[in-house]
Design a binder for this molecule. Structure first.
Ligand SMILES: CC(C)(COP(=O)(O)OP(=O)(O)OC[C@H]1O[C@@H](n2cnc3c(N)ncnc32)[C@H](O)[C@@H]1OP(=O)(O)O)[C@@H](O)C(=O)NCCC(=O)NCCS
Length: 148
């Protein structure tokens, strides 16, 4: 399998394309990716070549906190269902652990069954529901997992 690696400035165009292909709404825009790639408190991981990435994950770190937050994870639709999401999630957790995190949190659309299953099978437990969280009014389910 293609190894997961830190994303860099050269990955920007590919990540924006992947975002458009993977999400129907609530997309990160180019500016958000540019910020993520430059930020010392965001871990940006990708897999595959920069002109045709297979997936990415972003983890937000907070100074003075051991809590990491996965702000986005996506796999190119034509590469879904082959274990890449699971591999990126595990790599994101490893990277967060390496930066001192002992817990990870994330939000997922209540109607995103594939993502909910990915997280639940990886050991995440739902601890809250936030109504009207996404652009179209869909609720977010909030999950947490100890990183150990
Ligand atoms: C959600 C997503 C990241 C999963 O990535 P993936 O590479 O397709 O998933 P994997 O092949 O690694 O599968 C891992 C687990 O996810 C779950 N899963 C993945 N696709 C699924 C589907 N279509 N239906 C139900 N469960 C699914 C399964 O539990 C699977 O493990 P299992 O097969 O052992 O049960 C990917 O579908 C995606 O990018 N979707 C669009 C963007 C998105 O919704 N991102 C998440 C935002 S919170």
């Amino acid at each position: 399998m293609t190894p997961v690696r830190p994303a860099e400035a050269a990955d920007l165009d590919g990540l924006v394309r992947l975002e458009t292909a993977a999400f129907a709404s609530d997309r990160l825009d180019r500016r958000a990716f540019r910020h993520a790639l430059a930020s010392p408190t965001i871990l940006a991981l990708t897999t595959g070549p920069s002109d045709d990435p297979a997936g990415y994950a972003l983890v937000q770190l907070r100074g003075g906190s051991r809590l990491g937050r996965i702000t986005s994870i996506a796999i190119a639709p034509d590469r879904a269902g082959r274990g890449l999401g699971r591999a990126l999630l595990a790599a994101a957790e490893d990277a967060a652990r390496g930066r001192g995190c002992d817990r990870m949190r994330l939000e997922v659309r209540a109607d995103n069954e594939a993502a909910r299953r990915l997280y639940e099978r990886a050991g995440y437990a739902r601890f809250a529901v936030v109504e009207d969280y996404y652009e179209d009014g869909t609720a977010a389910w909030r999950y947490e997992r100890p990183l150990g």
